[in-house]
Design a binder for this molecule. Structure first.
Ligand code: SF4
Length: 304
């Protein structure tokens, strides 16, 4: 069964047989009003990763639930899905995660969170989340150390155990992100999945993101892996192996931790940002779809 079908079935089991109708109603409302169906929310600029050589803000900004609610109130149609994720940050560093998830749950049909899992608490595991995506940068302690300069594998494994033991019915997906230091970790990841009894797993490559500091740089990518979306360019930089794919956030917008509405989490500094929660802002943001389709923002050239 593919991931989308598995997620769909797990939410039906959890929320009941009427849930697909609510989802369909919200998708239709978005279509009719010309708005994207999904929203990616950055709860905090802080991070729980504690990686060596990474310097998250000393006083990180956290998304104010009141600002999030103002944006949701101003929207003419409710979202079908709301996904909480970091942008060089991690949702679990937000002190407001509970209220943010509560708002997302009340104003959409599906709530998901992407996180490293570090800093997981029993209170967080009990939040009404439909789908957890736990992103591991490595599958052995040695390669975690090679990638991040620290070894926090056991803490991340414990976070997954806590989520599964909470038995909330939420789907838990564990994802190995391959970096140069963890490029050979697929067999170790398969062993971990078997030992830990993970039902849903996936392997992806890290994004090339020059704004990501130490961990978005070219040297951190697993460029020698045949499935890496990037390769070395003739000028010594990095380029996509394949161009022309659809924008992966075509039907999403992004609300950052400062309350700014953006085209996506990774469009570069030339991308527009709106700070006034209003109906007009939502429609202006919807009009960015044409530029996303043309991939005309700066970081679109390095977006797989
Ligand atoms: S960087 Fe461009 S192509 Fe990538 S998700 Fe953002 S808008 Fe879409």
């Amino acid at each position: 069964m593919n991931r989308t079908a598995a997620a769909f079935l797990s939410v039906v089991r959890r929320r009941g047989p009427a849930w697909p109708f609510g989802l369909g109603f919200r998708v239709l409302g978005c279509r009719l009003s010309g708005l994207p169906r999904g929203l990616v929310v950055e709860p905090s600029e802080g991070c729980t990763g504690g990686c060596a050589n990474c310097h998250p803000p000393v006083e990180p900004v956290h998304l104010d639930p009141a600002v999030f609610e103002r944006w949701l109130d101003a929207r003419p149609a409710q979202h079908a899905t709301i996904h909480l994720a970091g942008r060089h940050s991690d949702p679990l560093s937000s002190p407001h995660l509970g209220p943010l998830v509560g708002l997302a749950r009340a104003r959409s049909s599906m709530v998901s969170i992407s996180t490293l899992g570090l800093g997981m608490t029993p209170a967080v595991t009990s939040l009404p989340v439909d789908r957890w995506l736990i992103s591991l940068p490595a599958a052995t302690g040695e390669s975690w150390m090679a990638v991040k300069g620290v070894n926090r594998l056991q803490e991340a494994l414990e976070a997954v155990r806590m989520l599964r033991a909470a038995r909330t019915g939420a789907m838990v997906e564990v994802i190995l992100t391959k970096w140069s230091g963890s490029a050979g970790d697929a067999p170790a990841f398969a062993r971990l999945a078997q030992e830990e009894g993970w039902d849903n797993t996936r392997i992806v490559h890290a994004f090339y993101d020059p704004l990501g500091g130490e961990y978005g740089r070219q040297g951190a990518l697993a460029l020698d892996e045949p499935d890496c979306p990037y390769r070395r360019s003739e000028d010594g930089g990095v380029e996509l192996r394949l161009h022309g794919a659809l924008c992966p956030h075509l039907d999403y917008l992004c609300l950052d931790a400062r309350g700014g509405l953006r085209p996506c989490p990774i469009a570069g500094g030339d991308a527009p940002v709106l700070y006034e929660p209003s109906r007009e802002s939502w429609f202006e943001a919807a009009s960015w779809k044409a530029r996303k389709t043309r991939r005309s923002f700066r970081n679109c050239t390095i977006c797989p």
